[in-house]
Design a protein around this ligand. Structure first.
Ligand code: DAK
Length: 259
């Protein structure tokens, strides 16, 4: 699928794939079609050897105001169960290359859950994060109760999920939800620059580093340490490890092969 309706896809810099959510009339509400397109584009970049990192962004007004409420409103439980929605979203978290979410404006409900499925979050000063599903009689359904709680802690997550507390960019920074806050006009450029820097690093090590950090959210410390150790040893079987250490000794820049 390359004929997209609800996203824009670009290659703004060497090694970087950029996906822009693009439903301006609906504040980028995450319809099934939009999410299918995001997953398709992300998987295509993941499979492309010329791409090392991805950026996912929305508009100045909204990263995304949540799943498409109008699309979901009439659905029954069995229809939701069989809609393939959960499977579609889950495919994004199986992308091996790092994804940077560049967030401006509303980042709500499924929008915040989508951002949290990414690996690094950068916020514009205008960003507003929230899980307002309680207002429409449901709860987060794409990881909000789990990922948000692990990231910001129980008390703030409870306020956000039980009582629609919205947090601004500085609060999100203090809570560890985002790693930096930038001026709105710098948002995409900073994300692309960061993605370009990561894309220029040893590709296999980047891929395994992402996998190891994400493991920390899914397992016990001892299992995570075992996993990290196994990946660390594995990297000694790559040409890039030999090249990286040799280049250090020779005081030159390493030339990565991705193997
Ligand atoms: N869905 C559909 N349309 C939306 C929308 C949404 N989430 N958010 C905004 N829009 C539409 C509005 O209906 C309006 O359309 P028109 O009336 O012009 O046709 C247009 O975008 C502009 O919105 P507003 O006129 O409301 O703009 P305002 O600036 O006044 O307000 C707002 C902005 C963000 C405060 C407001 O639009 C708002 O409250 N939006 C809803 C926020 C919300 O409740 N989000 C949570 C939705 S529930 C799952 C995956 C995901 C999910 C669940 C399960 N699985 C994989 C199982 C996620 C669920 C959710 O996200």
């Amino acid at each position: 699928m390359t004929d997209y309706h609800d996203i824009l896809v670009e290659r703004p810099a060497p090694g970087v794939g950029l996906i822009r959510l693009h439903r301006p009339d609906a504040l980028n509400a995450l319809s099934r079609r939009l999410m299918a397109e995001v997953v398709d584009a992300a998987q295509a970049f993941d499979a492309d050897p010329d791409i090392g990192a991805l950026v996912l962004t929305g508009s100045e007004r909204a990263f995304a105001a949540g799943a498409d409420i109008k699309e979901m409103a009439a659905a029954g439980a069995v229809e939701m169960l069989n809609s393939g929605m959960i499977e579609s979203w889950a495919r994004l978290s199986r992308v091996k290359k790092p994804i940077i979410a560049a967030v401006a404006g509303h980042c709500l409900g499924g929008g915040n859950e989508l951002a949290m499925m990414c690996d690094i979050l950068i916020a514009a000063e205008t960003a507003k994060f929230g899980q307002p599903e309680i207002n429409i009689g449901v709860i987060p359904g794409a990881g909000g109760t789990q990922r948000l709680t692990r990231i910001v802690g129980k008390s703030l997550a409870m306020e956000m999920i039980l009582n629609d507390r919205r947090i601004n960019a500085q609060e999100a920074l203090a809570a560890g939800l985002v790693s930096r806050v930038v001026a709105p006009e710098r948002l995409v450029d900073e994300a692309v620059e960061l993605a370009q820097q990561i894309a220029a690093r040893a590709p296999v090590a980047v891929q395994l580093a992402k996998a190891a950090v994400n493991k920390a959210y899914e397992t016990s410390l001892s299992e995570g340490l075992e996993y990290e150790k196994t990946l660390f040893y594995f990297l000694f079987g790559t040409e890039d490890q030999k090249e990286g250490m040799q280049a250090f000794a020779e005081k030159r820049a390493a030339v990565w092969q991705g193997r």
